[in-house]
Design a binder for this molecule. Structure first.
Ligand code: MOS
Length: 728
């Protein structure tokens, strides 16, 4: 029935991207732009005792060197004196890699050269960057603490006939999008325009208005293309305010681009976690108790929590549960959300522990999951608005050949290689945030659609174009969708995998409002074939407004608009989550089946086969959606086997701040990946029936791989990444 929704659609912005016409933040051409280069601290904690910028200021092309001694004020007076809210506002150093100066020059090269000539002397203070060393100082995360324990988990654990308990560790990891963070700022009188790499133009706008003390309406933030972000641009980072401050002081446009090394301290990271999981079950494998205690680090000046244990409460039916999260301060930058934040860390621990429980019970790992299948939300008791996880397990197991698995570790081989089969469940939210969109429909059937969302890569331009074309009854090429500008209607950050549900609902709503306006126009004529017809009974298609039930009954839209003297009509719609949602629990689910081959002499692991099955509502664009899940699997492989930010705690510094030593998967690491969707009809979550799907794809993968590695080798690796030395 649908013309576009559900059909494979290539990216509408694909050609612009591959031909270089898509402009990223640093690529906008602004006349007379000056270049800023950030100087970062070399100590982890202390104060700047002396600043010598004389040599840097004498260097060719240098316009000014900003430090805390001469930088314009950012934020309210006193802000940053005790904490670190805004850059260059005090002599305090809270982490290694903190911005301590900004050199602005006529060219990037001149600024970068002069940055090396800035001399800073520090008064160092003792620092602590090791999460293990501050565990005892961890404090309950207030948000997670709102969720109370269920039953009496510790007593039930003691009483359970079968128990497992273990600790799991994940190191700090960094988003490494291709595009570095960048901003260009310029002032026209008291009006500020900033081109920024961001997942939320409205968020950056409010941040800059506060930081530079100008009215919000005077700030415009533009970000039409983002070369990957994964959470690293959810919060406004420090560089846009720094750039805008410098542009104001110099009365010139200024551009600042992070180096790759600066991307390791400039926007947060996935926090390091220590997780203690204890599970108790009866002999049939039914969970009696789950205790999942997580710790992660934050900075010394800012709170952050990624809600590591949040989904533990909803994954399995279990009467007794305690899943607290505690957060401990370290002298590192503040962490932030990174792809599938919390969920992928928490589920690595929980789904590894479930595998350990399966072995303790002598039970098949999939059978154990099924024995604890949550038919209703164990946390709220509410029914799920939809949940096809059982079907995901069934299809995944069948496709993978799970029934042929011999359960004993080290029992399957391929020549000299050890073969391991592992599985895990995944879970993510099905969230919707308030969002607005505007549709301008023209008499010729073309439309301009706008919402200030972002497209960090998942295909938002494409799916919004599809939704508008579907409900306006136009061709795809007649719709122009625009995003990433605070002049457009407000949209939430692109994060949480909620964009299609939120912004898509707004685009749908605005398109239907156009149809409603046209119907009202038609009904001015008492003789109209649509007289007396309700708005939900009509649809737009190929320039006609017609009855859904009787295509022959309708009117020509162009003629209708012409008669009314209208060249175009515009509607703005704000979509909000429906009240009905409150009666249900809504989650996205998935099941992963993984094969690894381990070289017993070298300890190397290859992920040779992955079957990933997801239930995420309806799939609007299968092409982009499969790409999202494949990307999730690839990232899960990286997290399981490769990714780690190495901190040298003696210096409190991240040591591998580059893509040579921070390992991510390359083509040679990736083998067969099959992604499958089990579609769900779920009009409770939103009228488009879509759930969050971008982040889900990686959630179960690290655990499934660790479980497969155990099956292959008999070695249970509980600290990621699973590097070769851990298997020798
Ligand atoms: Mo989402 S944490 O912005 O990938």
């Amino acid at each position: 029935m649908a013309r576009y929704l559900g059909k494979e659609t290539p990216r509408v912005d694909g050609i612009a991207k591959v031909t270089g016409q898509a402009k990223y933040a640093a690529e906008f051409q602004v006349p007379n732009v000056a270049y800023g280069f950030i100087v970062t601290s070399t100590i982890a904690k202390g104060r700047i005792a002396a600043v010598d910028t004389a040599e840097a200021e004498r260097a060719a092309g240098v316009l000014r060197v900003f430090t805390h001694l001469n930088a314009g004020r950012l934020g309210k007076a006193g802000a940053g004196a005790d904490g670190w809210a805004w850059p260059l506002q005090s002599d305090r150093v809270f982490f290694s890699g903190q911005p301590v100066a900004l050199v602005v020059a006529e060219s990037y090269e001149q600024a970068r050269h002069a940055a090396r000539l800035v001399r800073l002397r520090y008064r160092e203070e003792p620092h602590q960057t090791d999460l293990e060393a501050v565990l005892s100082r961890a404090r309950p995360d207030p948000e997670s603490a709102k969720a109370k324990p269920r039953g009496d988990a510790r007593a039930a654990l003691q009483a359970a006939p079968v128990q497992v308990a273990a600790e799991y560790r994940i190191p700090i990891e960094h988003h490494n999008p291709m595009e570095p963070h960048a901003a260009i700022a310029f002032w026209e009188g008291d009006a500020l325009t900033v081109f920024d790499k961001t997942q939320e133009v409205y968020g950056v706008r409010e941040h800059l208005a506060e930081g530079l003390n100008v009215p919000v309406e005077k700030v415009r933030v533009v970000s039409p293309f983002v070369g990957g972000a994964f959470g690293s641009s959810l919060k406004p980072n420090y560089y846009p305010s720094l750039t805008a401050m410098a542009a104001r002081a110099l009365r010139r446009p200024v551009k600042v681009v992070y180096t790759r090394a600066q991307m390791f301290t400039g926007h947060g990271y996935r926090p390091a976690t220590v997780q203690k999981v204890a599970l108790g079950a009866d002999r049939d494998g039914r969970l009696q108790a789950m205790v999942h205690e997580a710790f992660h680090n934050t900075s010394a000046f800012d709170d952050f929590s990624d809600a590591t244990t949040r989904f533990t409460r909803q994954v399995y039916a279990c009467p007794n549960l305690d899943a607290p999260l505690k957060v401990a301060a370290t002298d590192l930058p503040t962490p932030t959300w990174m792809r599938a934040p919390g969920a992928v860390s928490g589920m690595f621990a929980l789904e590894s522990a479930m595998d350990e429980l399966a072995y303790a019970l002598g039970m098949d790992p999939l059978a154990l999951r099924l024995a604890n299948y949550a038919e209703t939300d164990p946390d709220s008791g509410k029914p799920f608005s939809s949940k096809a996880l059982r079907e995901c397990y069934r299809i995944g197991a069948e496709k993978f050949g799970w029934a042929r698995r011999s359960p004993q570790p080290r029992s399957m081989r391929d020549g000299r290689l050890l073969v391991g089969w592992g599985m895990a469940s995944s879970v993510w939210g099905a969230m919707q945030m308030p969002a607005s969109a505007r549709v301008v429909y023209r008499r010729d059937g073309s439309a301009r659609v706008a919402s200030a969302t972002s497209d960090i890569g998942p295909g938002t331009y494409t799916v919004m174009t599809m939704i508008a074309a579907e409900f306006l009854g136009t061709r795809l090429d007649q719709v122009q969708f625009e995003l990433g500008d605070t002049r457009q209607p407000r949209a939430p950050a692109q994060g949480g995998s909620w964009t299609t549900s939120s912004v898509g609902s707004a685009v749908r709503g605005a398109s239907l409002a156009i149809a409603g306006r046209l119907l009202a126009l038609a009904q001015r004529d008492a003789a109209s074939p649509l007289a007396g017809v309700r708005a939900d009974a009509v649809e737009m298609l190929d320039g006609r407004l017609r009855l859904k039930a009787d295509a022959a009954r309708g009117v020509d839209i162009a003629a209708l608009m012409q008669a009314a003297g209208l060249d175009e009509i515009a509607e703005t719609h704000e979509a909000k989550p429906s009240a009905e949602r409150a009666n249900y629990a809504s989650l996205a689910h998935g099941a992963q089946f993984v094969e690894v081959k381990v070289d017993p002499d070298l300890g190397t692991v290859k992920v040779t086969r992955v079957i990933e099955v997801s239930a995420v509502g309806r799939i609007l664009n299968p092409l982009a959606s499969h790409s999202q899940e494949i990307g999730g699997v690839v990232w899960g492989i990286g997290m399981a086997l490769e990714e780690a930010t190495e901190v040298d705690d003696r210096y409190g510094r991240m040591m591998n701040a580059n893509l040579q030593h921070y390992h991510v998967p390359v083509n040679a690491d990736i083998h067969a990946i099959e992604t499958i969707f089990v579609e769900e009809e779920d009009t409770v979550v939103n009228p488009l029936s879509v759930k969050g799907m971008g982040e889900l794809g990686m959630v179960g993968i690290p655990a499934a791989i660790a479980n497969a590695v155990y099956h292959a080798t008999g070695r249970r690796v509980r600290d990621l990444p699973i590097t070769p030395e851990k298997l020798l």
